[in-house]
Design a protein around this ligand. Structure first.
Ligand SMILES: *[C@@H]1O[C@H](CO)[C@@H](O)[C@H](O)[C@H]1NC(C)=O
Length: 463
């Protein structure tokens, strides 16, 4: 029993009223401050740490990264596939800096990473970058690899250079791909290979746009623009850059194997061999210029491909330069373009529908262009014997095209080079053979009938 007995009824009502009044005032205050806070800091601020979700977090990271890039004068440009795909010339011209409150449209995609390219030759490496990144709350993972510009058959070691930089913040990533200029006047980036000691969970490595393979690009012209309120450099012709990106796979020459080959079969350094190589090199450069101007993709074929694959050079006794072109890329003005460049047509065998082959006469060196036809799981090119009208067919397994460098030129080769070379030269491709007969030596040659005599004037043209 309470000694004072029950509380008087009137007191209870007053207490209740007081309680209601104070909580109402409290609520009003809360509402007032809520409104003040929102108008000052934006709605996001209220949700605390959670505001760094989605696009905002990405924007925040890009801002931090770009301020770091600015401080260290990193020559970076936007190289992100998803972001560049969102752009159209119009949006670039209409600088969205004119908007009062920019939104994160281009730099925030629904991926949790964004990619920048860094021009390695214009970059002065500064070790304090790591510290500065940490100060900004960014974790940095640097991936190094061999410098291919220093690797050659004489020096297989090479030194290590930074290939990829990964800046991480809140499980989001800025992937910086370092692009180095190589002797063929193109940009190269290395593959992204993790060392055993590295954290495999640092980034979604498999999803990244760059790094699965080494890649090669023409140097893009860059322009400064404003995207989502931030100043960024982008490739001026970003659709070209995107197109290059989808076919950028680069193969390094097999310097180690080539050095071993030359141990067994010392190189011919006679003046005649050197002279031939010099002429073949300038013919290759000239042919590349003509075909690139026509936008006709081509690759090293036959002996020229074998020379690159086996010995990273032209085979001095091969006597010609061989290129392959898909027949779908044939253009009627090819012959005229070569003639204009000082390479007259030497012979034309076959026709567009069947076994087309063109030869142009360079300075002591012949340029052979073989057109390739696709047929199910195989591809083939044709051959014609001028004096008998006999047709031949050279069959290869299907292949895709990769970039490589030969004699200071960025050129394509079949990515599946070993299969290609094996088809053409058999399992002993690694042994030099000087007596090679195109009608009988290749293991992939098939007899393919004879041209009808009435077609000879058209399909066998020798000049
Ligand atoms: C961009 O490059 C493509 C080749 O991929 C070319 O066809 C096009 O004309 C270029 N655009 C501009 C604006 O230069």
């Amino acid at each position: 029993m309470h000694p004072g007995g029950p509380m008087p009824r009137i007191n209870k009502t007053v207490v209740l009223a007081l309680l209601i009044a104070t909580s109402s005032i409290f609520l009003l205050f809360q509402l007032y401050y809520y409104r003040q806070y929102v108008s000052k800091n934006g709605l996001h601020a209220l949700t605390g740490k959670g505001y760094l979700a989605g696009k905002e977090a990405q924007w925040h990271l890009v801002k931090r990264f770009l301020s770091l890039a600015h401080k260290f004068s990193l020559p970076v440009f936007l190289a992100d596939k998803a972001s560049l795909s969102l752009l159209s010339q119009d949006t670039v011209l209409l600088k969205d800096s004119q908007l009062k409150e920019p939104h994160c449209t281009f730099l925030c995609t629904n991926r949790d990473f964004i990619t920048f390219g860094l021009l390695g030759n214009l970059w002065k490496y500064d070790a304090s970058l790591l510290e500065a990144a940490e100060e900004r709350g960014l974790e940095l993972l640097e991936i190094r690899g061999k410098d291919p510009r220093l690797v050659s058959m004489d020096d297989l070691m090479g030194s290590e250079i930074p290939l990829h930089l990964l800046f991480r913040f809140n499980s989001r990533l800025v992937h910086v791909v370092v692009l180095y200029e190589r002797s063929g006047n193109y940009l190269w980036h290395g593959p992204l290979r993790l060392k055993a000691s590295m954290d495999r969970t640092f980034a979604p490595f498999r999803k990244l746009d760059f790094g699965r393979y080494a890649g090669a690009y023409d140097r893009p012209e860059l322009i400064l623009t404003t995207l989502d309120g931030l100043d960024v450099r982008i490739p001026k012709n970003f659709s070209r850059f995107l197109k290059e990106n989808s076919n950028s796979h680069f193969l390094e020459c097999r310097y180690r194997e080539a050095a071993a080959f030359y141990q067994l079969y010392p190189d011919d350094t006679s003046p005649e061999a050197m002279d031939f190589r010099m002429k073949a090199k300038s013919l290759l450069h000239l042919a590349a210029r003509v075909l690139t101007d026509l936008q006709v993709p081509f690759w090293l074929s036959s002996g020229t491909c074998l020379g690159w694959f086996r010995q990273c050079n032209i085979i001095p006794y091969s006597k010609d330069v061989d290129l392959g072109i898909w027949i779908k890329d044939y253009r009627h003005d090819i012959t005229q373009a070569f003639q204009k460049a000082g390479l007259p047509l030497k012979h034309k065998f076959g026709k567009i529908e069947d076994s087309l082959e063109l030869s142009f006469q360079g300075l002591d060196v012949k340029l052979d262009i073989f057109f390739f036809y696709e047929d199910g799981d195989i591809v083939w090119n044709g051959g014609t014997q001028a004096k008998s009208g006999k047709k031949f067919k050279y069959v290869f397994p299907r292949f895709s095209l990769c970039w490589t460098e030969l004699l200071e030129l960025k050129v394509r080769v079949p990515c599946e080079t070993l299969d290609y070379v094996m088809a053409n030269y058999g399992p002993d491709w690694n042994v030099p053979v000087k007596a090679w007969d195109w009608k009988s030596s290749p293991p992939n040659v098939q007899e393919n009938g004879v041209w009808p005599i009435k077609e000879w004037d058209d399909v066998i043209q020798v000049f």
